[in-house]
Design a protein around this ligand. Structure first.
Ligand code: ASP
Length: 418
């Protein structure tokens, strides 16, 4: 049975068993123990194995991708295409989300009772996130910190943009100096890449179990009450995501990539399932690279370049989610936002899609920051924390699909030099 089928079964089994256990044995002690000593560690082993491989993978894939593209003019063209695509499709995502919140108004018309229940304890819950905002870099510092003064420190901090910058420069250096020694170094990088991908192959074969464990752990502890109270908000966000996932990406694959959208979605199923269950674009990167090379058969240097950068910097689902959540909370608190303020939110969310890390719940501090800017109570975050995991899984699926759609579009008309 092909892997993506086994993964889909794992996912389904995890959800169904988790939900049943939650419904029938909700508070049972043995269920708690099963989660603590069984499914949770198994899910974590899967996640940690993926994260373990992300650093060597990003470093080798990106430097090889840049060196493989070679010719600086071609690199410039591929880079510009990637940037233009990211900005254009993120803008579409945010505008779509903002439009839907304005039309469907999920934040208005809640009964005072529901409002009171939602607000209960919201500020305490939000404070965990707002504490993280202070450590976020902004403005000039953010721009400067993309250039690491110490690449090893950037790696230990998992500062992805800085690591990418370093890998990018190494790739440029490889292109500029063609000696025997640099060729051997490039070969060694290729060796690192091959070893990492082989190991990923092993880890991924364990994915059906890992995915099932992750899904069981989440659903067996689910508080679906919050999901019901926030049903309109969750519904509108999911609607926007579905339109973007199957409408916008289909159009992009069809018109820009000249491929069949149906086949595209079939080919990338493994990556979508991994994204959904891990809620992390970075953890999914190994799978994303694999499906791009083996199923989509994209030119390897282009796909390595676009996908590694995209796993942190092209996050359409995140941009869409951040915009919708800010506007939803503004509606909830009755804070009227002028058109100019909404435009500001849209612009920041487009940047947010580029700057948000590719790890679980990375959007929340960014949302907190934007809420502060447009004077919406930051405690509002406490409201949506209960449904964030589910929405994170959905937006990460969009982020990863978006990276692959970008790789398909950018590859169109490019040749493989590997
Ligand atoms: N979890 C998302 C990702 O890894 C980022 C986010 O929180 O929006 O793509």
């Amino acid at each position: 049975m092909p892997l993506h089928k086994r993964m889909a079964i794992g996912l389904l089994a995890g959800v169904v068993l988790g939900l049943l256990s939650f419904l029938f044995f909700g508070d049972a002690e043995w269920l708690g123990a099963l989660i603590r000593y069984g499914t949770q560690p198994v899910g974590q082993i899967f996640l940690r194995l993926l994260f373990m491989l992300v650093l060597p993978l990003i470093f080798s894939a990106l430097s090889l991708g840049v060196a493989g593209i070679g010719d600086p003019r071609r690199l410039g063209r591929v880079g510009m295409k990637t940037l233009a695509y990211t900005v254009a499709v993120s803008s579409v995502a945010v505008l779509l989300g903002v439009l839907l919140v304005n039309v469907l108004k999920p934040g208005e018309g809640m009964s005072t009772e529901t409002r009171a229940r939602l607000l209960e304890g919201a500020s305490e819950r939000a404070s965990a996130v707002t504490a993280r905002v202070a450590s976020q870099k902004s403005g000039m510092n953010l721009l400067l910190s993309v250039i690491p003064d110490n690449p090893i420190k950037a790696a230990t901090d998992m500062d992805m943009l800085a690591i990418m910058f370093f890998a990018f420069m190494i790739g440029i250096g490889l292109t500029l100096s063609r000696t025997d020694a640099t060729r051997r170094f490039e070969e060694a990088l290729q060796g690192l890449y091959d070893v990492t991908m082989r190991l990923i192959g092993l880890v991924i074969s364990f994915a059906p179990v890992g995915v099932a464990a992750l899904m069981f752990t989440i659903t067996a502890q689910l508080g679906y009450e919050v999901l019901l109270q926030l049903a309109r908000y969750v519904g509108v966000v999911v609607l926007a995501m579905v339109i973007h996932q199957f409408g916008v990406y289909s159009l992009s694959v069809w018109f820009l990539g000249k491929r069949s959208p149906r086949k595209f979605f079939k080919d990338i199923e493994e990556a979508m399932l991994t994204a959904f269950s891990t809620a992390s674009s970075n953890a999914t990167l190994p799978t994303t690279l694999r499906v791009a090379e083996t199923n989509l058969k994209l030119p390897s240097n282009i796909s390595r370049f676009v996908l590694t950068i995209g796993s942190t910097a092209n996050q359409n689902g995140t941009a869409l989610f951040e915009g919708m959540t800010v506007l939803f909370l503004a509606q909830f608190y009755g804070v009227p936002l002028t058109v100019a303020q909404q435009v500001l939110v849209v612009l920041i969310c487009i940047l947010g899609g580029i700057g948000t890390a590719g790890i679980p719940a990375a959007s929340l501090p960014v949302v907190a920051m934007i809420l502060g800017m447009v004077h919406v109570p930051v405690e509002g975050l406490g409201l949506i924390l209960g449904v964030d995991r589910f929405l994170d899984m959905c937006r990460t699926t969009l982020n990863v699909t978006g990276d692959l759609a970008a790789a398909v579009a950018v590859s169109q008309g490019e040749y493989d030099t590997a």
